[in-house]
Ligand binder design. Structure first.
Ligand code: PGA
Length: 252
């Protein structure tokens, strides 16, 4: 059975002080929630401080991106080797990386391979844009992103897939739980073809895009939705704790 995961993607928000204050504020509430994995993904510069604050707790830490090479002349970049002592997860191929920073499918694939070989658990993001959905190409786009993202991988250790339709991110217009479920079962079919039935059945699939404390339960009640990748609603401690609590209740 895939584990249920609620992950907060703080994006380019919070200074070091704010990140520490946010994690201190959410820690007691999150600690009480059982039965799911709780992950926070602060900006790079706060990873070390947030990891220290969460040492020994049940709350885990992730990064939001990384470079595909281990080291070298890549000014401004951060490698898997730098992250592996600091956090367990790394978000890769987020639609903002793909569409604002021009990350192509094959680059995302190289990053996924680098993360896995460094022992990091990649949260591979896939999702179609509005025009692609309107043209009936949503499943084809997601399949293409998955194939490229998992290219060359034989043992997808720690893989998590997040389906985030681009039109639902930060817009307040979430997909319906039924649409999310339909895409998740497509993703499981594609995973079965690429990586075999066992991987498909055991990989956690997260929905992302305008998830909040009120709608999270309906998503995680769908059989193939194993949690959520949360942007805006992960930036307020009480909201994120309530969201995680509602997800945990819905799964039991
Ligand atoms: P949102 O962002 O929850 O603010 O829509 C989700 C994401 O981009 O991961």
């Amino acid at each position: 059975m895939p584990e249920t995961i609620i992950a907060g993607n703080w994006k380019m928000n919070t200074t070091l002080d704010e990140a520490q204050a946010l994690v201190r504020a959410m820690k007691p509430g999150l600690e009480e929630i059982k039965g799911l994995r709780k992950v926070v993904c602060p900006p790079f510069v706060s990873l070390s401080a947030v990891s220290s604050l969460l040492k020994g707790s049940t709350i885990e830490v992730g990064a939001q991106n990384m470079h595909s090479e281990k080291s070298g002349a890549f000014t401004g970049e951060v490698s898997s080797a730098m992250l592996s002592g600091l956090c367990k997860y790394v978000i890769l191929g987020h639609s903002e990386r793909r569409h604002i920073f021009g990350e192509a499918d094959d680059l995302v694939g190289r990053k996924v391979r680098a993360a896995m070989s460094a022992g990091l658990s990649p949260i591979l993001c896939v999702g179609e844009q509005l025009a692609e959905r309107e043209q009936g190409r949503a499943e084809a786009v997601v399949e293409r992103q998955l194939r490229a993202g998992l290219d060359g991988i034989t043992t997808p250790r720690g893989l998590i897939v997040a389906y985030e339709p681009v039109w639902a991110i930060g817009t307040g217009k979430a997909a319906t739980p039924q649409d999310a479920q339909q895409m998740m079962s497509h993703i499981r079919r594609v995973l079965a073809t690429l990586q075999g039935q066992a991987v498909a059945a055991n990989t956690s699939l997260l929905y992302g895009g305008s998830v909040n404390a009120d709608n999270v339960a309906a998503f995680v009640r769908e059989p193939d939705v194993n949690g959520a990748l949360v942007g805006g609603a992960s930036l307020k401690a009480d909201v994120f704790v309530q969201l995680a609590r509602n997800a945990a209740t819905a799964r039991t």
